[in-house]
Design a protein around this ligand. Structure first.
Ligand SMILES: O=C(O)CCC(=O)C1=CC=C[C@@H](O)[C@@H]1C(=O)O
Ligand SMILES: [Mg+2]
Length: 315
């Protein structure tokens, strides 16, 4: 089967830079792809790279799309190399939207990503009023004493039924991770995400046995190959799944369902197109008690509908 192909790069600025231990992220850049089959049926897809998580770069994704020209076959779509996981996800989702159209029905809560640092203290309440009950906050950015101080203010300000997730983005060392876990154990947070860097999975396996606070791997399991390697290593804690950068949605679904993983789905600040494809997987795979990490719309300046409408004019 041959599909006509159109693609457009896009970029969207965050309302404030997203500060993590990886550094500051100012804008999300990606590619929207449009496949059209011989009947004129359209399948939309999105390529949303996150190279500091191990996906391909935007430049590599654009090179891949450009060398395809104006069409792509089913065979090519399913032979996209594992070195291009965001392209695998984007093209196979677009193919699936044509061949296996399904309506998204979701019964999960979303988790809201709070700004790093003190700003979290001034933003959680509006998000609470919008209905969020789970909040994620980045650590490993400010000096640990300052962050623990802000954390204590945040956790005491939040209503008791709120759930809190901390994400270090691999920015802690063993001693700091232990210091944070001592605090977390006192406050029963939902989990501490990626305390140590990629490559320290064995140490995180050890760390997961020292305290009651559950640990989650994120950067360590960003692609399906990494996910399988950590499972093989013996990780049975939480796996943060970022579908848009993991690779084939078909392989991802198969591995998660075959192994009954404890997964938390997470956004990569994609647009509605990538998010719809990611949430269709979450609807099938995510445990009901794990809020989906897609509460991120407040990170963008313009209303998404307006922005997408202006983008479609160019497609
Ligand atoms: O997972 C969520 O709740 C929201 C998305 C999120 O936190 C992230 C998305 C992309 C890159 C990172 O900064 C961050 C993460 O590390 O999980
Ligand atoms: Mg994370």
């Amino acid at each position: 089967m041959v599909y006509q192909l159109q693609f457009r790069p896009y970029q969207r600025s965050f309302v404030r830079s997203l500060s993590t231990s990886h550094g500051n992220w100012e804008k999300r850049e990606g590619i929207i792809i449009k496949l059209i089959d011989e009947t004129g049926t359209i399948g939309w897809g999105e390529i949303a790279p996150l190279p500091w998580f191990g996906s391909e770069t935007l430049a590599a994704a654009l090179d891949f799309c450009s060398q395809l020209g104006k069409e792509i076959t089913t065979e090519t779509i399913f032979l996209i190399p594992d070195a291009l996981p965001a392209c695998q996800f984007g093209f196979q989702s677009a193919w699936s939207a044509i061949k296996q159209p399904q309506k998204l029905t979701l019964n999960h809560q979303f988790s809201a990503l709070l700004p790093t640092g003190e700003a979290a203290l001034h933003t959680w309440e509006k998000l609470w009023q919008e209905g969020y009950r789970t909040f994620k906050w980045k650590i490993g950015v400010l000096p640990i004493t300052a962050e623990i101080g802000i954390f204590k203010q945040l956790i005491q300000a939040l209503p008791n039924e709120a759930k809190v997730r901390l994400d270090a983005n691999g920015g802690l060392n063993w001693e700091k991770a232990i210091e944070w876990l001592e605090i977390c154990d006192d406050w029963q947070i939902e989990f501490l995400e990626q305390p140590l860097a990629v490559g320290e999975e064995k140490a995180m396996l050890e760390l997961s046995k020292t305290h009651s606070t559950p640990l989650a791997l994120d950067e360590s399991v960003a692609t399906i190959a990494q996910l399988k390697a950590c499972y093989q290593l013996g990780w049975r804690g939480i796996f943060v799944i970022k579908p848009c950068i993991a690779g084939s949605p078909f392989h991802l679904r198969e591995f998660c369902q075959q192994n009954n993983l404890d997964v938390v789905f997470s956004s990569v600040f994609e647009t509605t197109i990538g998010r719809e494809a990611a949430l269709k997987l979450a609807a099938e795979i995510s445990p009901k008690n794990r809020a989906l990490g897609f509460g991120i719309n407040h990170w963008f300046k313009e209303d998404e509908e307006t922005w997408l409408a202006s983008l479609w004019k160019t497609l």
